[in-house]
Design a protein around this ligand. Sequence first.
Ligand SMILES: Cc1ncc(COP(=O)(O)O)c(C=O)c1O
Length: 392
Amino acid sequence: MFASRTNWPTAVNELTRRVRERRERGLPILDLTESNPTRCAFEYPGEAILAPLLSPENLRYEPSPRGARAAREAIAGYYAEHGASVDPEHILLTASTSEAYAFLFRLLADPGDRLLVPRPSYPLFGFLADLNDVRIDTYRLVYHEGWRIDVESVRGALQPTTRALILVNPNNPTGSFVKRCEWELLRTFCAEHHLAVISDEVFLDYAYAKDSERLGTLLREGEDEVLTFVLSGVSKLLGLPQMKLAWIAVTGPKALVHEALLRLEIISDTYLSVSTPAQQALPHWMMLRETIGRQIRERVKANWEYLRESVARIEGCRCLEAEGGWYAIVQLLDARDEEAFALELVEQEGVLVHPGYFFEFEEEGYLVLSLLPPPEVFQEGVRRILRRMGGE
Ligand SMILES: Cc1ncc(COP(=O)(O)O)c(C=O)c1O
């Protein structure tokens, strides 16, 4: 009855089952996986966010496959602040970054073609690939006092049907930026093998500190050799995932950019999935970037510092270095089973964390924590985790 591409295991995993049970029993959970910013007690400027939705413009429907020009100009303005000059005509709006990935997979790959993605990374890639009939090959991020891309593993994963290299800059959950020296090797590799690059920059503005070794937005690199698609959206940039607005900005060799945009326009025209109110509101929302972004950056930084200091005081685990993003990784050094420990944390301490396998770490022994929860929740959660580790 059903297509094999949707033949996913649908059984609820043990961790989710236990969390549900606990909630049903009315017991509290300190959720350190929470990555929905609208549930993390930030002070959103409610009026300024909602007022543009009342514009009478929203009563008219003027469909446009690339999206409203004013919204695309506001996005170009954002990149100008990052030192990148982008023609608004080279930007196309989508309902989410996930939808942007889907459009690009359809644009670049025939059924069975392959894409290169980092590992560990964002768990949605497998589903996005299945839904778009493409295959995923992973390249490695390796940790040695900091994460770096194993460029040899990128080369090793190449196949005749590989169509694109996906960079997540900075990556989720490792919080690592692509380095300039890595990009120099990767851009040559992509040019040689006619690969497009998809650069997921949803966390770009969440760096802990400046570092000139890191790659900024790929739109700034004056990329003229490799067809490049830069993705971002309001879900992370403005902490507004419910508004469903993201974008693809295209750069690279002129003729390829032109052709890519024509084709993307037809894909987009088929769905026209971005709502008019969100498009109309975007120029206003982009002015709130600092108000919202600053709160998120301060929260993430404070939680990260608390975690590092607390973990440094006990044996048996360590925090991995990170450069940005919304997540932290704790490595268990005492050969504990990460899943068993995550279950134990739910049962015994009422604390929920992600075991590393959720992000496809190559080895066992990692916990991933969201840095978004309010400090009182985060700190109490961390105290209980470390107590379980035998630190108190
Ligand atoms: C690296 C990365 N890219 C994209 C997304 C999805 O963003 P959106 O809400 O725009 O689909 C996420 C969500 O967590 C993410 O972590």
